[in-house]
Design a protein around this ligand. Structure first.
Ligand code: SAM
Length: 283
């Protein structure tokens, strides 16, 4: 019998050692403002509140958020925000809650899996406000986030994440670590934010759009993906790829970010055409 999916991705963490390991993966947070995504019933919240200088916990559920607010109402360093993480501006969240210092936020969360990609994209778009993130995701997503180029797990999600920071898969957890148990295994990843756009001399939005074109169809070669995206109309795609020392038959998953950036610069430096990205990690 198929299990009903919990609303708002509410699979609550019940494994005590996993709670501790997630919080420890953040490192020393005694002088940090921590932003917790989806505190739920507070599986991580107590531990975070005990260790962080300040804690802002953002929960969408209109029943769970008031319960947490009640628990933490007399604490000067914990703020519960009933809000959608996808609509939150991390640059102003401290002004809104009235707590927290000036340093970039440390983000943590056992993410609701139905919007994992959207949350990650939101975090990537706001790396100026974040130093580190430790998040629980589906194990398959963790493997893709941390995959090395040249391996079969490497794709658009890996390239996008690794343009924004260093990614490390820390440990996996079985479904039984949660209640109700999800249908998939989970894993915790650490993202140390360190955007590479300036270093690789590419414009962020345009390069992310370019990556989407490169990885459009996994089975196709890079040249065919770019041609079918319409790049061939303006410039010689094959020449750009070969000038980077790659073969005509190369697929995007076998190309390092340095080489991707070199191809991009070769294709776009003269024509100045930067398409606007629609944020998506599909394909
Ligand atoms: N942190 C808790 C734990 O580990 O047990 C709960 C984790 S549960 C997987 C995900 C939590 O995210 C739920 O409490 C859910 O209500 C909350 N949530 C779902 N969508 C959200 C959104 N858009 N913004 C903020 N919180 C959200």
């Amino acid at each position: 019998m198929s299990q009903k999916k919990p609303k708002l991705g509410q699979n609550f963490l019940t494994d005590p050692s996993a709670r501790r390991r997630i919080v420890e993966a953040l490192g020393d947070i005694s002088s940090s403002t921590v932003l917790e995504i989806g505190p739920g019933r507070g599986a991580l919240t107590d531990l975070l509140a005990a260790r962080a200088q300040d804690l802002i916990a953002v929960e969408l559920d209109r029943a769970l958020a008031p319960r947490l607010t009640e628990i933490w109402k007399s604490s000067g360093h914990v703020a519960i925000l009933q809000a959608d993480i996808l609509e939150l501006d991390l640059a102003t969240v401290r002004a809104v809650t009235g707590i927290g210092g000036d340093a970039p936020l440390v983000v943590v969360g056992n993410l609701p899996y139905y919007i994992t990609s959207d949350i990650l994209l939101r975090l990537f778009a706001q790396t100026a406000s974040i130093s580190r993130a430790v998040v629980m995701v589906q194990e398959e997503v963790a493997d893709r986030l941390a995959a090395t180029w040249g391996t079969s797990a490497y794709g658009l999600l890996s390239a996008t994440a690794q343009m924004h920071g260093r990614v490390e898969k820390l440990f996996a957890l079985p479904p039984e670590a949660f209640s109700p148990a999800p249908s998939v295994s989970s894993a915790v990843v650490r993202l140390d934010m360190h955007p590479r756009f300036e270093e690789l001399r590419v414009e962020r939005i345009a390069f992310l759009r370019f990556l989407q074109m490169c990885f459009r169809q996994k089975r196709k070669t890079l040249v065919n993906n770019l041609k079918s995206a319409g790049v061939a109309e303006t410039v010689d795609v094959l020449a750009a790829i070969e000038e980077t020392g790659l073969s005509a038959a190369v697929r995007a998953e076998a190309v390092s970010l340095e080489s991707m950036a070199a191809i991009y610069r070769r294709l776009y430096s003269n024509c100045g055409k930067h398409e606007k990205t629609g944020d998506s990690l599909a394909g």
